[in-house]
Design a protein around this ligand. Structure first.
Ligand code: AMP
Length: 389
């Protein structure tokens, strides 16, 4: 999701710029001013409460704002993203926005502030007042609105400066120039967004070979816990020696060892477009860990894909692999193969179910040739990339 807040004093040009942006990025437009005027026109209780305050140029209470905005956001969870105009206007509203974004499992991408000198705002609004029909577009009320902006709204900027998502644009330039500056900021922020894919499927479904090929094709970093552990063993690191001992005793490698390794892999990956995770998360605990690790990078899971292959076909494939050079230590007997399939069923299937409820899991038929399955997966990832924009 791309979520933007346009900030600036009344008359800064937020409405005009919003028109371009919602078309360009297919965003859902939320102007709290418009929503309030609708409430007033419909003579609702909220509208009646807000009417007098708006007429005097004051700020409507945060309680009223939370009610109108929550309803609008929750009614549009599938939107490409939101463009906020005139919100947040108080420090409290900045926290309200945090909570609302969290509820949709997303966050504000950036806040763009249009700076305009006071006298320019006044003259623009007076000009607009001739045709807008808005009773609050008269000089006394305009001055009051600007005072409210300086006193209550300007302090909100610090909140976003602290978060590192505040950007300022010179609002006195031409409409086209302001538009170009805003677009430049948004494009830069979009390029920083990571595409994080979790690839699920039973052992033998082709996750590994497909995951590697997809990572190469889309410029993603392939993160496979098995390979990360093997590398430690090969490099004979202290952790590698410890992992080897565990392997030799037939024990599982605990999360305490796996997590720092993944953490390091994420931190070391620079200049990539995102990650493709294979074999992680394997358990519900690891699913929470992955959320936390990505959050640390200011990111989150973008897409979850499960490759589906019938059980008998899985056994056939794993058995075949056991007779080739690609034989893994855990492919060498039927008992081991069955144990891995059972592990997946008891520990990982609940993770997929959880994700299915939270974000939705895309299921891909993994029975065709490598090329056919790769094409289906690529199609889904391209879709995912489009949805990010
Ligand atoms: P606008 O259309 O954004 O200029 O808003 C018109 C008026 O609606 C403002 O002067 C406020 O009285 C009220 N208003 C709009 N958005 C908010 C908000 N987020 N918080 C408080 N009052 C608001």
């Amino acid at each position: 999701m791309l979520n933007i807040a346009l900030f600036g004093p009344p008359g800064a040009g937020k409405g005009t710029q919003s028109e371009f942006l919602i078309k360009k990025y297919k965003l859902f437009y939320i102007s709290t001013g418009d929503l309030l005027r609708k409430e007033i026109a419909n003579k609702t209780k909220l509208g009646q409460e807000a009417q007098g305050i708006i007429a005097s140029g004051g700020l409507v209470s945060d309680e009223i704002i939370v009610q109108i905005i929550e309803k609008t956001i929750i009614d549009h969870p599938d939107s490409n993203g939101f463009l906020f105009d005139g919100f947040p206007r108080t420090y409290i509203q900045a926290y309200i926005l945090e909570g609302l974004m969290l509820k949709l499992n997303t966050s504000l991408t950036c806040l763009i502030s249009l700076s305009v000198q006071e006298e320019e705002s006044v003259s623009r609004l007076l000009k607009r007042g001739v045709t807008s029909g808005r009773t609050d577009d008269n000089e006394v009320v305009i001055r009051n609105r600007l005072r409210e902006y300086t006193e209550k709204t300007m302090p909100v900027l610090q909140f976003y400066k602290d978060k590192g998502i505040f950007f300022e644009v010179e609002g006195m330039s031409s409409i086209e120039e302001v538009h170009q500056s805003i677009t430049k900021i948004i494009e830069l922020e979009l390029s920083k967004k990571l595409l994080n894919i979790v690839l699920f499927g039973y052992p033998g479904c082709g996750r590994g070979s497909q995951g590697k090929a997809l990572a190469k094709a889309f410029g993603l970093e392939y993160v496979a816990t098995g390979e990360i552990l093997d590398k430690e063993i090969k490099n004979q690191t202290e952790t590698g020696k410890r992992i080897m001992e565990l392997y030799e005793n037939g024990q599982l490698v605990p999360d305490e060892i796996v997590i720092p390794l993944i953490e390091r892999k994420l931190a070391d990956s620079k200049g990539i477009k995102g990650f493709i995770f294979k074999g992680f998360p394997r358990t519900l605990v690891q699913s929470y860990i992955l959320d936390g690790l990505l959050k640390k990078h200011g990111s989150s899971i973008s897409q979850i894909i499960e490759i589906e292959v019938p059980t008998l076909e899985l056994i056939r494939r794993l058995d075949e692999r056991s007779k080739t050079a690609g034989c893994m230590p855990y492919d060498t007997s039927t008992a081991k193969i069955v144990k891995r399939l059972q592990e997946h069923e008891t520990k990982t299937v609940p993770v997929i179910e959880k994700y299915n409820q939270l974000h939705g899991v895309t299921k891909i038929d993994g029975t065709g040739s490598f090329g056919e399955v790769f094409e289906k997966l690529s199609f889904e990832i391209e879709n995912g990339l489009r949805n990010m924009r």
